[in-house]
Design a protein around this ligand. Structure first.
Ligand code: ADP
Ligand code: TRP
Length: 320
């Protein structure tokens, strides 16, 4: 069973990204053959700065390796290192009805946000279909926001198969509904676009400062508080042991326990969770030769599979 996952490099991962996407991806290395890549070609639809592209891509490699992607247990590569994907995108473009792309929520949302509607943004789902289909992926775990992209992928695959012959495996989406939305500093969904994030790899002090800035209500220290309405407790639960969580819950309900103290405890559990990853990331950063080797080996493994598919596709479309 081949599981495929792509992540756009956008700099500064936050703990919502970690719990919502990266942790499940790291865990999926145990249950199947994980193909995991950094979708830098997708970032090009909205990022027009080469220096930033390179920086974000290199950061994403370090982040994912530090957080547990193991290049010996998975195939881990950079999207642009496999040029066959863009060739496949072109073949797929010609069996993709424009209407299918016009219905894309992601495209409509981008227009609504005044993002210039270039053709890359419009055909984003076709490149994503090529990513998935070229590796003959069985399962694609995604957040709810990507569900429609998976449906488009299946439609494109079915259309290609019926036009030219059965070549593509139809992928199954695996929607991560179980993971609740992680709240940000202001209690809304943690998101870069709301400026309410706690970044995983910020300095210790900066993380502490963010946590101390979590918005709280004006309930006095002495008064009992409802833990279920508190962002501090919601985040604490995600990283603390069951015993730690029930202790904090009790203290909230009893009163005489201030938000400031609770924030300090939240920082403690969060820091002890992420400190080993910081250490690992710093070690990786000192070893660019190793990173380069990981990148090359991953690209070679991914390309081997991509070449198999594209060779068959060329025969089917007649570009041999
Ligand atoms: P942002 O909203 O900060 O721009 P992205 O949309 O780039 O984050 O997030 C990439 C993935 O990370 C999402 O598809 C989702 O799976 C996960 N994710 C992001 N924010 C959260 C959150 N607050 N709670 C749970 N998962 C999240
Ligand atoms: N579009 C995905 C996102 O924004 C990233 C992505 C690109 C992807 N290609 C993919 C995800 C293939 C899964 C499979 O999160």
């Amino acid at each position: 069973m081949r599981i495929l996952s792509g992540i756009k490099p956008s700099g500064n991962l936050h703990i919502g990204n970690y719990l919502g996407m990266i942790k499940p991806m790291v865990e999926s290395q145990q249950r199947g053959e994980l193909f995991c890549f950094i979708a830098n070609m997708h970032s090009l639809t909205t990022l027009f700065d080469a220096k930033k592209m390179i920086r974000y891509t290199n950061e994403a490699i370090l982040d994912l390796l530090a957080l547990g992607i193991d290049p010996d247990k998975s195939v881990f590569w950079i999207q642009s290192d496999v040029p066959e994907v863009t060739e496949l995108t072109w073949y797929l473009n010609n069996v993709t009805p424009v209407g299918l792309l016009e219905r894309s929520h992601a495209y409509k949302d981008a227009i609504a946000k005044n993002i210039p509607p270039n053709n890359g943004l419009f055909s984003y789902p076709v490149l994503m279909a090529a990513d998935i289909l070229i590796y003959q992926s069985n399962i694609v775990p995604v957040g709810r926001d990507q569900k429609q992209h998976l449906e488009i992928t299946r439609d494109i695959a079915a259309k290609f198969n019926s036009t030219y012959g059965e070549i593509f495996t139809l992928p199954e989406p695996e929607i991560r509904d179980g993971i609740a939305l992680i709240p940000g500093l202001d209690g809304q969904k943690m998101s870069k676009s709301y400026g309410n994030t706690i970044e995983i790899f910020s300095e210790e002090k900066a993380i502490k400062k963010k946590i101390m800035s979590i918005v709280t209500d004006p309930t006095p220290v002495d008064a009992p508080k409802d833990p279920d309405k508190s962002t501090i407790f919601s985040l604490y639960k995600l990283f603390a042991s069951d015993q730690q969580a029930s202790t904090m819950e009790k203290r909230f309900r009893e009163g005489g326990y201030g938000y400031g103290e609770a924030k300090k405890e939240l920082f403690q559990v969060l820091w002890s969770y992420f400190a080993p990853y910081h250490k690992r990331r710093a070690e990786l950063e000192k070893n660019p030769d190793y990173i380069e080797e990981v990148r090359k080996k991953g690209a070679a493994k991914a390309r081997e599979q991509a070449l198999k598919t594209i060779t068959e596709v060329r025969k089917l479309v007649g570009t041999v």
